[in-house]
Ligand binder design. Structure first.
Ligand code: BG6
Ligand code: MG
Length: 211
């Protein structure tokens, strides 16, 4: 019996991939590091600093101090935040609003388990913040997905056993995090190729049939 659904945010409720891409691309171009949408896809579910390390690994001839890396990450975030200001309720992905309403009708709690430190800002921009009982984001965790920390913290705040939580993820690292947390995982988007997913959904509102 499912008591709660813990949603990833980026790529599940709102598509922010392209904003991340545009912000990282400005930094990578300036440093002369190759960076394309394929590399950007590898950053899904991965924290900001780990994303930067993946990008900088494309520049084996350049070395960066921790201070330089911190400054690059801050610069990327400033560009990204500016782009996020364009978000509105029109950017909520198809089926999401119906899914959240369906869960409310069934008395199932909805929570957020996101690696992003901008999760609350994004939820505010699209008008979804008050739809979630619990929001756990990148500010509250020290280990990024595929570590289960974000989902275990959400379950603990919900006072819900892991076995009664369903995770919804679009990133392979996120699917693994859900499995490591001992939860069932519904994969959407590219994550449906993950062998670890419990369920594979073509549309997010199909999850109402699982509850
Ligand atoms: C995840 C995204 O939700 O958040 C990653 O899928 C991103 O691509 C990560 O790197 C961290 O985001 P932020 O907003 O804290 O830089
Ligand atoms: Mg995601």
């Amino acid at each position: 019996m499912m008591r709660a659904v813990i949603f990833d945010l980026d790529g599940v409720l709102v598509s922010t991939d392209h904003f991340h891409y545009m912000a990282w691309k400005q930094i990578a171009d300036r440093l002369g590091i190759p960076f394309d949408e394929d590399t950007n896809n590898r950053l899904r579910g991965v924290s900001r600093m780990e994303s930067l390390d993946i990008i900088l690994s494309g520049a084996s001839d350049q070395q960066f101090t921790d201070e330089q890396k911190q400054s690059l990450a801050e610069e990327k975030n400033a560009i990204y935040r500016k782009l996020l200001e364009e978000l509105s309720p029109a950017d909520i992905l198809p089926g999401v609003t119906e899914t959240l309403e369906g869960l409310q009708t069934k008395g199932v709690a909805a929570a957020i388990g996101s690696s992003s430190k901008n999760a609350r800002f994004i939820l505010e921009q699209v008008g979804l913040l008050d739809r979630f009982t619990i929001v756990v984001d990148g500010n509250q965790i020290s280990r990024s997905k595929p570590d289960p920390e974000v989902f275990l913290l959400a379950a603990s705040l919900l006072e819900c056993d892991a076995l009664a939580c369903l995770v919804v993820e679009d990133a392979v690292a996120g699917v693994q995090a859900g499995v490591h947390a001992g939860m069932q995982v519904a994969a959407v988007g590219d994550a449906i190729n993950s062998k670890d997913a419990t369920f594979k959904l073509q549309r997010i509102d199909q999850l109402l049939k699982l509850i």
